[in-house]
Design a protein around this ligand. Sequence first.
Ligand code: IPE
Ligand code: IPE
Ligand code: MG
Length: 247
Amino acid sequence: MNQSNLNLLKSQIDIDNLPKHIAIIMDGNGRWAKKRFMPRTFGHQEGMKRVVDIVEASTILGIEHLTLYAFSTENWKRPNTEIDGLMKILVTYIRNELDRIIENNVRIHILGDIAPFPQIVRDEIEKAIGETKNNNGMDLNIALNYGGRAEIIKGIKDILKDFELGRINLEDIDDQLFSQYLYTKGQPDPDLLIRPSGELRLSNFLLYQVAYTEFWYSDILWPDFYEDKLYEAILDYQKRDRRFGGI
Ligand code: IPE
Ligand code: IPE
Ligand code: MG
């Protein structure tokens, strides 16, 4: 899309009705590479460039929370070479982008358990969290070794621990309290969930948080997901009538 069409599209967005929280299942890297007779990792590399673009576009637009699904608890089923490639790409992303992320006042959070990741990857992630923790612009949540079910089970265990320690009573446990035991604690539920690549499923993403989230699907593969697609999704979201069970 050329710049003037892009500006036209962007100008249609109602800035007063932006989704506060956008979540994206970044899918289709492998198929994008396969179409080009290239290894899957090539698709992940191109996908990383779209992460840079979409993070930038989201901060400029004024999105408050952006959650990106980068590696699921089920993705360990993939060949080691692909997993290694993804880890390297993650490290490269942080090394290349941290300065710009800090400049843009973005705060990095990780959703998921990174303990099984190689030390070098964890060091890089911890550094990114530490160096951005005082920023107060957009929250960038990166879901790594994330699974919605694992998150809910962890929440239940942590609640039980606090119950045993006498920190909470049974009557205290409600929707709001439970949210504080999830990786997204302190952040609103996603308003908009975007899934490219043509798959119409959640793949274990934010199971608890998406109760009233608006979905937007597209056949486009993630490496082709330029900022115009983000604007399209937001414009579509702005036409929705969110009733939350009301009339
Ligand atoms: C990227 O897309 C998602 C990750 C797990 C990193 P895929 O690697 O799932 O690509 P497809 O779905 O096989 O095309
Ligand atoms: C979901 O994509 C996980 C990420 C995007 C990180 P998958 O490619 O793993 O999902 P399935 O296997 O098609 O459901
Ligand atoms: Mg996939």
